[in-house]
Write a protein that binds this ligand. Structure first.
Ligand SMILES: Nc1ncnc2c1ncn2[C@@H]1O[C@H](COP(=O)(O)OP(=O)(O)OP(=O)(O)O)[C@@H](O)[C@H]1O
Ligand SMILES: [Mg+2]
Length: 285
């Protein structure tokens, strides 16, 4: 046997002995069909996706392609019709322990001040008051809301209200954080700053992040990988690896590489957006 052949044999033995890392999140053959008023609507899938522990993954896709539906399945709020969804190796049935969600709409409670909004989930879970205080103070400080702990949501800007929602998720110390269009209503500068805060949170907590966004620049700047979805029923038509290091921040937007990533995302998404427009035209004619 040649030296080269024996080297290959040694390597393949080494591969056999290596522990195979289990994905943090695993979706296999997921589909979702909604039934209402005698009509069926195939909203999603089939979708296959694996997320590695600690990765930052974003999903972009045309409006109505099933992004929020996908998040609901992962959050255990809506069971899929077919396929399996697992978190940390266990099937998702009901809201899994260790998963935190920031929903598409502003979900702060208007009748509670910032402190009580952030403490809400912990109080409901019956956590010890001293531990609640420690976690809430940390989360409020982390999100830059210390001077507004006694303020009510109506007294805050849109960006600050979104930070309250993120702080409320953060106190639960989730290992998987899912965010559905969290910065959709914010202006461009605020979105970039909020993106930096999200990256800081990701680095400090080592959580896995799944971000749903319409904004290609947000996805390109923040993520390790970006999944591009087709029009409804949404499936992944491309997965783009960004190649950023963990210490990235919003300054990457001025690099040529950032331009390359957004160009590739747009190339795929443009085709899907055009398909969606032509489907709507056909329906209305
Ligand atoms: N509970 C439901 N009952 C019936 N149809 C639904 C339900 N929820 C969502 N849908 C439909 O499923 C499709 C996907 O919806 P979904 O909210 O997942 O889209 P999306 O990609 O999040 O869109 P957007 O980007 O506008 O938020 C849409 O056609 C929507 O009308
Ligand atoms: Mg949505």
């Amino acid at each position: 046997m040649s030296a080269a052949a024996s080297e290959i044999t040694v390597k393949s033995d080494a591969v056999k002995q290596m522990p195979v890392e289990q994905p943090h999140v695993a979706l296999r053959g997921i589909t979702c069909v909604f039934h209402s008023r005698g009509r069926s609507l195939h909203a999603l899938g089939p979708v296959d996706l694996s997320l590695t522990k600690g990765e930052f993954f974003s999903v972009v896709g045309p409006s109505g392609c099933g992004k929020s539906t996908l998040l609901d399945i992962l959050a255990g709020l809506n069971p899929p019709q077919t396929g399996t969804a697992q978190f940390e190796g266990k099937p998702i049935q009901g809201v899994p322990d260790g998963v935190g969600v920031v929903f598409q709409e502003d979900a702060s409670f208007p009748w509670l001040n910032v402190h009580d909004n952030v403490a809400f989930g912990l109080r409901r879970a019956g956590v010890d008051p001293a531990e609640i205080k420690r976690r809430v103070d940390y989360a409020i400080g982390f999100m830059g809301l210390k001077d507004f702990a006694a303020a009510y949501p109506a007294q805050l800007s849109g960006g600050m209200r979104q930070r309250v929602c993120i702080a409320r998720t953060l106190v639960l110390q989730p290992r998987l954080i899912m965010l559905d269009e969290p910065f959709g209503a914010l202006d461009q500068q605020t979105r970039l700053i909020m993106g930096d805060e999200l990256l800081r949170l990701w680095r400090e907590t080592s959580a896995t992040i799944l971000l749903i966004t319409h904004a290609l620049d947000e996805a390109a700047m923040l993520s390790d990988r970006v999944g591009v979805m087709s029009t409804r029923p949404g499936t992944f038509i491309d997965i783009v690896e960004t190649g950023w290091d963990r210490n990235r921040d919003s300054r990457v937007v001025s690099t040529p590489h950032f331009g390359d990533i957004t160009a590739r995302l747009w190339e795929k998404l443009r085709v899907e957006a055009l398909k969606m427009m032509s489907t709507s035209e056909t329906r209305s004619s």
